[in-house]
Design a protein around this ligand. Structure first.
Ligand code: PGA
Length: 248
């Protein structure tokens, strides 16, 4: 794993944007996996700026999002569809036909999950998957205990994640959906490159476990140790519990 430690959230976001932009310039029809949550918002802001000021062209990329809440329609302000359009897609020239986000309202969720996996394969696989990390070490909605070989499927959210996300639902945990559709850990691991971002002290334990701990399903992000090209871009606060830091 390559761990890049930046001064703060802004520097982390800019470094991540540089890497995403460089892929798009090298491979204009790249397949990119996007993530939601607070962490990648700065990265998306920087990509929007690069689109406006530097002509970064999103017209040929294909996108796949990691996850979506079950039961929220795309126009719900807390749905990940809404999040992606508000925070990135509507501000750049992505072709809506190339955007894929799990359908939280799918009638047959299992069939949808199979279709999603097949679609990723049909598009040639994901070149670069952007990831956040939960304070409990989850990636996407693969909570502790998720099978490390799992594929896209429906998952029950833990109490902890629902509590963490209640801030987006009027601080009312009852309003936070109980289920989500999420790419599996096996799905994520097939991406050719992983780019995980983390900022802030509340992520420091999860980052320490991911980089220095044993691989365990109880901290799903630790599986990244097995990936051939996993890059972590984290700020100093998120790196504060690492015991081995090499500078040079
Ligand atoms: P956050 O969420 O970016 O809002 O901290 C990350 C995650 O839970 O995966």
């Amino acid at each position: 794993m390559l761990v890049i430690i930046k001064e703060d959230y802004d520097d982390m976001s800019k470094e991540a944007a540089k890497r995403v932009a460089s892929l798009i310039r090298k491979k204009p029809d790249a397949v990119i996996g996007f993530a939601t949550g607070g962490t990648p918002v700065g990265l998306y802001k920087e990509l929007i700026r690069m689109h406006r000021e530097e002509g970064l062209d999103f017209s040929k990329i294909t996108t796949f999002n990691l996850d979506e809440y079950v039961g929220l329609p795309p126009e719900h302000p807390q749905s990940y569809h809404y999040f992606m359009w508000e925070n990135l897609f509507k501000h750049v020239n992505v072709d809506p036909r190339n955007v894929h986000i799990p359908h939280g309202m799918a009638e047959d969720i299992d069939a949808f999950c199979e279709w999603y996996e097949a679609k990723i394969k049909e598009k040639g696989g994901i070149d670069l998957q952007i990831l956040g990390i939960g304070a409990n070490g989850h990636i996407a909605f693969n909570e502790p205990g998720s099978s490390l070989g799992s594929r896209t499927r429906i998952k029950t959210l833990t109490e902890k994640t629902r509590r963490d996300n209640a801030r987006f639902f009027d601080n009312d945990i009852e309003k936070v959906p109980k289920y989500a559709i999420t790419m599996g850990i096996g799905t994520i691991m097939e991406a050719r490159e992983l780019l995980l971002l983390a900022s802030g002290e509340n992520k420091a334990d999860a980052i320490k476990a991911t980089v220095e701990g044993p691989i365990t399903a109880m901290v799903p992000a630790t599986i990244m140790q097995m990936h051939r090209k996993a890059v972590l871009i984290i700020d100093k606060a998120a790196a504060s519990k690492l015991s081995q830091i090499f500078t040079g």
